[in-house]
Design a protein around this ligand. Sequence first.
Ligand SMILES: Nc1nc2c(ncn2[C@@H]2O[C@H](COP(=O)(O)OP(=O)(O)OP(=O)(O)O)[C@@H](O)[C@H]2O)c(=O)[nH]1
Ligand SMILES: [Mg+2]
Length: 462
Amino acid sequence: MNYISEDTIAAVATAPGVAGIGIIRLSGSDALQITDKIFKTAGGKSLDLVNAETHTIHYGFIYDGDEMIDEVLVSVMLAPRSYTTENTVEINCHGGPFVIRRVLQTVIRNGARPAEPGEFTKRAFLNGRIDLTEAESVMDLIASGNEFARKNSLKTLRGSIYNEIHDLRDRIIHETAFIESALDDPEHYSLDGYPDELHKNVVELKNEIESMLSHADDGKILSEGINTCLVGKPNVGKSSLLNLLAGEDKAIVTDVPGTTRDAVEVKIQFGGLTLNMMDTAGIRDTNDTVEKIGVEKSRNAINNSDLILFVLDSSSKLEDDDIEIFDSINGKNCIIILNKSDLDPVLTVDKIHEMTDAPVVVVSARNEDGMEDLLHLVREMFLKGEISNNDQVYITNERQLSELRHVNDSLSLVLRSIEDGMTEDFFTVDLMDAYDRLGSVIGEETGDDLADRIFSEFCMGK
Ligand SMILES: Nc1nc2c(ncn2[C@@H]2O[C@H](COP(=O)(O)OP(=O)(O)OP(=O)(O)O)[C@@H](O)[C@H]2O)c(=O)[nH]1
Ligand SMILES: [Mg+2]
């Protein structure tokens, strides 16, 4: 690609707020010339950056006119060996927000233009240094909320998705090329038996895409967390379990039934999974106005969660309130937790199995027993593959996923055409559609609109 940006852009590349240093980044044909105008020795002499070697660091001072603003280090990265592939300068100044803003203003007054969000990465993409999945993973990396999300974005950034998609595209174009050749030159290429072979190959392609799509759900769950609620009668130990899982006292625990009235939300890291956990008021009939509202929230939580943890006190018999909850969880993703296993058991696992098909786990919040079993059940329910420490790349970006789903649909149409005994030229239309859509996953042959939309979602300075 030969995208040459005339204008030089500048932005603060570090996070807002007070920090040790702040970095102002410039990229474009005049990055060095602009810096030269404001970057000098303590005595005000030019440091002649235009003649600097690439990947060197220079010590000096930023001046606004005659006024010295800050003592800085300036890094020079010459085209094409920089993030954007353009001439790039990074000014490391002191981290106070006023200093940083002042330096940026000075840079802009001297000829740079303020960068739009994501514009540095957009240039890296337009200049062909990174593909679209990599660009999007830069954005995801910046926004990543936990360790899994960070690692996964980093893997994408290293181009794993690109390689996989590229391979799929190669295989598709191979088929269309063969069909076109055979139609053009039937003497040399025979289509005898070809539909069967194509059918086999397309089924393989679809299997790989479907595996990516199903792992995507895992990826989403790993990076965004499972919306989970703890429900049950008052006093069964919901808040105790929440505190145990959170590793700290997030919710009040007492032996008074009806302790929790408002929903308490906590993000819990649980054996590599993130649970967006909500503790709710114990469900029962009550005349207390405040508690009533809490109970209503609990009922809503049952309908709005990915996972319901229904807690029962194993030391007491089932009551009407329990039965009502059993009815309301019907058909939902639910795990039954038999708590207080340290006390004499009244309620058995067999009894629960009579009530529901949902899996049951026996725990004691008091003795901290059974948490491993619970984790095991959650993993079994939500993750299709083995997750930790493998090399699987999870596509979690919604745009990429939706393109992949379309690819899968197009390939289904190819299979249908083959099965219906259509002629070969029918296959190529849908094959090419799949090919194009795979291209837009990685940003090959994308229109400007798409690039603009994606890069405008970036944060400033990246
Ligand atoms: N023996 C025993 N007691 C427990 C266990 N878990 C909780 N408790 C006790 O049960 C009582 C109620 O616990 P909570 O965690 O407040 O129960 P809850 O379900 O949140 O109750 P509400 O907020 O009123 O709906 C407290 O006295 C806890 O100490 C357990 O595993 N074993
Ligand atoms: Mg509670």
